[in-house]
Design a protein around this ligand. Structure first.
Ligand code: BG6
Ligand code: MG
Length: 220
């Protein structure tokens, strides 16, 4: 029986994913690396240092920098990202999400966040929706990033629920893989070619309707 919902943050509750990708793309250019759209999109859901490692790998620059230099690159990217976070308001919550959260509350479903971002608490605060969630499992709380199931398993434990009792929401291939590895029902938001493993897929958050999602979960 369904008892809880687990949400990724960037690209699901708000479009901060585009700020992450823009800041990474700027950094890549500064390093002389031109990323394809596919390479850029593969960074969705991936932790900060893993994203940097992937970019260096795409640019054939693995092992060219010291750990200290890599930390500086990641810090510069984060500075740029935080400038965008500072401008966020509740108006930046994606369409369809306020209704979905209200319907979930009405249905007494427990909710929490599973985000790879160390900035998740700050973003939720800016969006003024932190109080809707029982808690946040973020990058600071886990040892392994998505696609490892750890973050979704911890989120489920935080809600005191079993894998079969939750539905989890993701916009990233790495995130959907993490949900499935945790044995949970995955709602993907985006492109079917990228989110192949999702149990239920919508093109946009606008299309998220709790009754339809629950019907798909029951039939799964
Ligand atoms: C994820 C984003 O939520 O968080 C990634 O999808 C990002 O793009 C990752 O790299 C880490 O975020 P932060 O804020 O800790 O650098
Ligand atoms: Mg995401």
């Amino acid at each position: 029986m369904l008892k809880g919902l687990i949400f990724d943050l960037d690209g699901v509750l708000t479009d901060s994913a585009k700020f992450h990708l823009a800041a990474w793309n700027d950094l890549a250019k500064e390093l002389g690396i031109r990323l394809t759209n596919e390479q850029l999109n593969s960074l969705r859901g991936i932790s900060r240092m893993d994203s940097l490692d992937l970019i260096l790998q795409y640019g054939h620059q693995t092992n060219e920098y010291t750990e200290q230099q890599k930390k500086q690159f990641a810090a510069a990217k984060n500075e740029k990202f935080l400038q965008q976070v500072d401008t966020m308001t509740p108006k930046d919550i994606l369409p369809g999400i306020p209704q979905l959260l209200a319907d979930a509350q009405e249905a007494n479903l427990k909710m929490c966040i599973a985000s790879a971002s160390k900035n998740a608490p700050k973003i939720l605060h800016k969006l003024k929706i932190a109080s809707k969630f029982a808690g946040i499992v973020d990058a600071a709380t886990v040892n392994k990033g998505k696609p490892d199931p750890e973050i979704y398993q911890k989120a489920q434990q935080l809600l005191h629920l079993k894998a079969s009792e939750v539905i989890s929401f993701e916009d990233a291939a790495a995130g959907v893989a993490a949900i499935k590895a945790a044995g949970q029902f995955a709602v993907g938001i985006g492109d079917r070619t990228v989110l192949k493993e999702a149990d239920y897929l919508v093109a946009s958050t606008k299309d998220l309707q709790l009754d339809k999602i629950v019907a798909a979960y029951i039939n799964s």
